[in-house]
Design a binder for this molecule. Structure first.
Ligand code: HEM
Length: 549
C-alpha cells in the first residue's frame, strides 16, 4: 500500500483515462514488487523484470505523469529506476560503459544468456547442460567473434556472397511461382505491367518480407554453408514464426503450454529449427572427423566460425540435441535484428525527400553499373564503400536510433558501487542491472526533433581532415561493455552493402501512391513494423546512354 500512497501524489490533474492507466500500472508494479520479494537470487533473470523494463521505458518515454509516478515509487534516486533490490534500471547513466565494462567475476552476462536459452530458445534445463553452458560460453563465442567482429573476415565473407549477382534478382519478374527466388516466396508478389507504372514494368511486393528473407538468404550460407539453406526448406519461415510473436510471449513468461495458436505454432517452429541445427552440427562433426557425411552433403563452404563452434561442442561433449539448442540463439542473433534493420534503412532512404539521390551519388564510385541496357552491377568495392560512404552510414545510424531498442542486462556477482553525479549507489550481489539504451535515442535534449529522420545529425567534422564523418555520439545500438554485440562489424557491413546494391539498381514506389510508414512494435532489439508496406519495385532506367537516372 505504501507504494500506492507514494504514487498517488503523482496522479493529480490527470484525465480519467490516464487515471485508469495509472491504477493499472500501479497494480502491475505491486505484483512485480511482490514477485521480487518472493523470488530467490539464483542468477535467473526474473520474468517480472522484463515487464519492469517495458513499463519503465514506456512511462519514461511519455515524459509526463509516468516519470513522476516512477520517481515516486523507485528504490534509489539519480539515474537508477526500479522498485526492488533485485533489479535496477540504469537510465541515461553517464558512466554506463564503465559499469558494464567490469569483468565477468563482478558483473556477468552468461546468467542472462542462460535464462534466454532455457526460457525463450527452448533448451532443456538440466544440471549437465547448465554446467556445460557456463563452462564453455566464452570458448563458443570466440569463433563467432573471429568471423563477425573482424573487419577483414567480415568483408571477405560478404565478397564471397556475390551480392552483384544476387541483387539482380531481388525481384525476379517471374510470373510463375515455381521460378520465384526463395526470398520472394513470402512477399506476396504481383506482377505489374508497364502501363500501370509510367511504362516501366514492376513487381508489387511486401517490402518487409522480401527484404528480410533476401538478407537472410545472403547471410546464412556465409556462416553455415549453402547446403544448409538448400536442404532445409523451412528454416527461414520458421525463424520468423519463432521470432515474431512467440519470442516476446516467452520473454514475458507465457507458459509454453498456453492454449494459443501463436504459442503452438511458435513452439513447433522452434522444434524444427532445433532439429535442423542439430542435424547440421552432426554433419559438420562428421566432416571434421573425416567420416561419411549424411546425404553426402557439401560441407566445403561451412565457415570457420561454425567449424570452430563444432570443435568446442565435441571437446566439451555436448550431445547433438544440446548443440541444436545452443545454436538457435546464434542463428537467430545473426538475422533477427540485421534483416529488419535493412528493411527500415531502405524505407527511410526511399521515402524521405532528397535522400535517395544523395545516397546514390555518394555510393556511385563503389558500385559500378553497366552503362547500357538493363542496369546491372558489374563490380562492387565493399571495403571502400563501407569505409568511405559516411552519409550512407549516417542514414544507418539514424535508422538505428529510430528503429532499435537495445538493452544490456547483467547479473551482479560481487557487490558494486555505481557513481552517479551526486549519488553513490551500493548494489549487492544477486541484483540484476539493465540499461535500456533507446531512452537516449528518443530524448529531445540529446536529439532535437527525435521523431524525424535526420541523418546529418550524425555527421561530425573530423578534427584533422575537416571532412564529415559519421559518429555514433550517445547512440548505443550494440549494447555496452564486454558483452556488447559480437556480430556488429559484419551486421553493419552487410546492411550497408545490401542497401547500396539494392539502391543502385532498383526504384521503389509505394503501391498506395504515397509513403505511409507503419507503426513499430517495440521489443528487445530492432522493432518490427505492425504491418508490411506494399511497394512496386522496378529496374532503374537509363535516361540517356551511360546516364542512370
Ligand atoms: C543490426 C544488427 C544487430 C543488432 C542491432 C544487434 C544488437 C545486439 C545487442 C543490443 C546485443 C546485447 C549487447 C549487450 O548486452 O550489451 C547483442 C548481443 C549479441 N549479438 Fe548482436 N546485433 C546485431 C547483429 C548480430 C549479428 C549479425 C550477430 C552474429 C552472429 C550477432 C551476435 C550477437 C551475440 C553473439 C551477442 C551476445 C554477446 C555476448 O553476450 O557476449 N548480432 N546484439
Amino acid at each position: 500500500m505504501r507504494l500506492v500512497e507514494r504514487a498517488a501524489s503523482a496522479c493529480t490533474s490527470l484525465s480519467i483515462a490516464d487515471a485508469y492507466k495509472v491504477i493499472a500500472i500501479i497494480l502491475l508494479l505491486i505484483l512485480v514488487q511482490r514477485a521480487a520479494f518472493r523470488s530467490q537470487p539464483n542468477g535467473i533473470f526474473p520474468v517480472w523484470a522484463t515487464l519492469e523494463i517495458g513499463i519503465t521505458q514506456y512511462l519514461l518515454n511519455e515524459r509526463g505523469w509516468g516519470r513522476k509516478l516512477l520517481s515516486g515509487m523507485r528504490r534509489y534516486g539519480g539515474s537508477l529506476y526500479g522498485i526492488s533490490s533485485r533489479h535496477q534500471l540504469l537510465v541515461n547513466l553517464t558512466d554506463v560503459d564503465r559499469v558494464m565494462a567490469q569483468g565477468h567475476h563482478t558483473i556477468d552476462h552468461i546468467s542472462v544468456q542462460y535464462t534466454l536459452l532455457t526460457r525463450v530458445f527452448g533448451a532443456a534445463e538440466t544440471p549437465d547442460f547448465k554446467q556445460k553452458t557456463f563452462a564453455n560460453t566464452k570458448e563458443l563465442t570466440a569463433p563467432v567473434e573471429q568471423l563477425f567482429l573482424n573487419d577483414a573476415a567480415a568483408t571477405a565473407a560478404l565478397e564471397s556472397a556475390n551480392i552483384p549477382r544476387e541483387v539482380n534478382s531481388y525481384v525476379s519478374f517471374s510470373s510463375d511461382s515455381q521460378y520465384l527466388k526463395r526470398w520472394e516466396r513470402s512477399a506476396n508478389v504481383r506482377f505489374v505491367d508497364g502501363d500501370h507504372l509510367d511504362k516501366a514494368a514492376g513487381v508489387e511486393v511486401d517490402l518487409h518480407s522480401l527484404t528480410r528473407d533476401f538478407g537472410t538468404c545472403i547471410a546464412v550460407p556465409l556462416f553455415y554453408g549453402k547446403d544448409f539453406l538448400e536442404r532445409c526448406p523451412t528454416v527461414i519461415d520458421d525463424l520468423w514464426t519463432f521470432d515474431n510473436d512467440f519470442f516476446p510471449l516467452m520473454m514475458i513468461g507465457v507458459p509454453k503450454w498456453a492454449p494459443f495458436k501463436v504459442v503452438r505454432e511458435g513452439k513447433a517452429a522452434r522444434s524444427r529449427l532445433h532439429h535442423e541445427l542439430q542435424a547440421l552440427y552432426k554433419r559438420i562433426a562428421q566432416h571434421q572427423r573425416g567420416d561419411a557425411v549424411d546425404f553426402d552433403a557439401d560441407m566445403s563452404d561451412v565457415s570457420r566460425a561454425a567449424l570452430g563452434r563444432s570443435a568446442v561442442y565435441e571437446r566439451a561433449n555436448f550431445s547433438l540435441e544440446q548443440r541444436g539448442m545452443m545454436e538457435l540463439p546464434i542463428y537467430w542473433g545473426q538475422n533477427a535484428n540485421t534483416q529488419p534493420m535493412l528493411f527500415w534503412l531502405l524505407v527511410y532512404i526511399y521515402s524521405s525527400p532528397g535522400i535517395l539521390d544523395r545516397v546514390r551519388d555518394e555510393i556511385s564510385p563503389y558500385v559500378e553499373l553497366s552503362s547500357s541496357g538493363s542496369v546491372e552491377i558489374t563490380n562492387m568495392h565493399i571495403s571502400a564503400l563501407t569505409r568511405n560512404c559516411q552519409y550512407l552510414k549516417a542514414c544507418l545510424f539514424e535508422t538505428y536510433r529510430l528503429a532499435n531498442d537495445p538493452t544490456s542486462i547483467r547479473y551482479v556477482v560481487r557487490p558494486i558501487t555505481i557513481r552517479d553525479g551526486d549519488y553513490k549507489h551500493d548494489l549487492k550481489a544477486g541484483t540484476f542491472i539493465s540499461a535500456p539504451h533507446s531512452l537516449v535515442s528518443s530524448d529531445p535534449l540529446i536529439f532535437e526533433e527525435p521523431e524525424k529522420f535526420v541523418p546529418d545529425r550524425f555527421l561530425i567534422p573530423d578534427a584533422t581532415t575537416g571532412k564529415s564523418v559519421a559518429r555514433y555520439g550517445r547512440l548505443k545500438p550494440w549494447g555496452s561493455g564486454a558483452a556488447m554485440c559480437k556480430g556488429r562489424t559484419f551486421a553493419e557491413k552487410e546492411i550497408l552493402a545490401l542497401a547500396a546494391a539494392i539502391i543502385s539498381i532498383w526504384d521503389m514506389k509505394p503501391a498506395e501512391g504515397e509513403w505511409r510508414l507503419p507503426a513499430m512494435v517495440p521489443g528487445t532489439g530492432v522493432k518490427r513494423p505492425t504491418k508490411d508496406i506494399r511497394v512496386v519495385i522496378s529496374r532503374r532506367v537509363l535516361s540517356s546512354p551511360g546516364k542512370v537516372t
